[in-house]
Design a protein around this ligand. Structure first.
Ligand code: NAD
Length: 309
């Protein structure tokens, strides 16, 4: 069903008319910005949010309903959903709500997140499990039922929300960093499996001023409005974007690519010893001539080349 924002959307190059976009954790922060922008571009939006505090405690559907009201005030179409991403049942319920309301799903933006920071030696399971459940297992649980639909319809877009906490490593976030880096592996496997079904999966590593970061960014906060992250998400979610399996940083209007590179390294074959590894250490770590494998096959190809030469 077309909505009142259609004329605006039609005039935009990157429109989402007839598309259904599910955004988790969209009751505030980055997710809210994404939801508003997708709606402005003609998408029908599922605004999911458990509505808890930054550490994941509590819950209320009010935040999601507020964003739906904002979208409707703009003439857009959206529904609120208060299921938790952190359980298999919750993930299925979110996608079922989308199908019930709009008949299809085209895009999943896995954005829901919590923080439970503590230095590693003090971290216990009450800080580890909920963080893994929301970020990593949550993305899995929400994406999987959508994935079944994506394969059937031969189309889908997944945008996962990673973080430089995992990509670069941040003090006090062993739980969160592991979950966020896990999402990179998740993204890359989805990219691999979805390629032939016209499904694309990418990840973002945002930096933005939200309730999650308000005490952390200091004077930089003024430059880091959350809406400056959303254009990257919109592009990655668009049908004309062919990027697959990649990770992009978005902060204050700067977009850049993170990647995992493999150095040329050294080859000693059967002669390798711990001492030869020590002696080769500088060359092993030399980034000159690195490659970026897009699959294990790429690494095998590199190895074959080195073994033959
Ligand atoms: N703000 C940043 O600088 C930054 C940096 C790196 C990554 N991120 C990631 O971006 C995403 C959005 O964070 P934000 O900064 O907008 O913070 P935020 O706290 O405003 O947004 C997170 C939202 O997720 C919701 N949520 C939490 N648990 C949920 C669950 N089980 N089910 C459904 N919803 C749930 C929360 O209610 C909240 O509205 C998170 O994944 C976060 O880790 C943010």
């Amino acid at each position: 069903m077309a909505n009142c924002l259609t004329p605006y959307a039609v005039g935009m190059e990157l429109g989402f008319d007839a598309k259904v976009v599910v955004i988790t954790g969209a009751g505030g922060g980055l997710g809210r910005e994404h939801a508003l922008e997708f709606a402005k571009r003609g998408a029908r939006v599922v605004v999911n949010d458990l509505g808890g505090s930054v550490d994941g405690s509590g819950g209320s559907q009010t935040a999601a309903e507020g964003v739906v009201a904002e979208i409707e005030a703009l003439g857009g179409e959206a529904i609120a959903n208060g299921d938790s991403v952190a359980t298999e049942a919750g993930g299925k319920a979110i996608i079922a709500a989308a199908v019930e309301a709009f008949g299809q799903v085209d895009v999943v933006v896995n954005n829901a997140g919590i923080l439970r920071d503590k230095t590693f030696h003090k971290m216990d399971d009450s800080l580890l499990t909920p963080v893994i459940d929301v970020h990593l297992k949550g993305a899995f649980y929400v994406t999987q039922p959508a994935w079944v639909l994506f394969r059937e319809q031969g189309y889908g877009r997944v945008v996962n929300t990673s973080s430089n906490s995992g990509l670069a490593g941040n003090f006090g976030q062993a739980n969160y960093g592991a979950a966020k880096m896990g999402l990179v592996g998740f993204t890359r496997v989805l990219a691999n499996e979805g390629a032939k079904y016209n499904i694309r999966a990418n990840a973002i590593a945002p930096i933005a001023r939200t309730r999650m970061t308000e005490d952390l960014l200091g004077p930089l906060a003024d430059n880091l409005s959350p809406e400056l992250v959303t254009p990257l998400v919109v592009w990655l979610a668009h049908e004309s974007c062919d990027s697959n399996g990649n990770v992009y940083s978005a902060a204050g209007g700067t977009i850049a690519r993170y990647f995992i590179g493999l150095t040329t390294g050294t080859h000693r074959g059967n002669e390798i010893t711990a001492e030869s590894v020590r002696d080769d250490w500088e060359q092993i770590n030399d980034t000159e001539g690195y490659t970026i494998p897009s699959s294990p096959a790429d690494e095998f190809a590199k190895l074959m080349g080195q073994w033959q030469s």
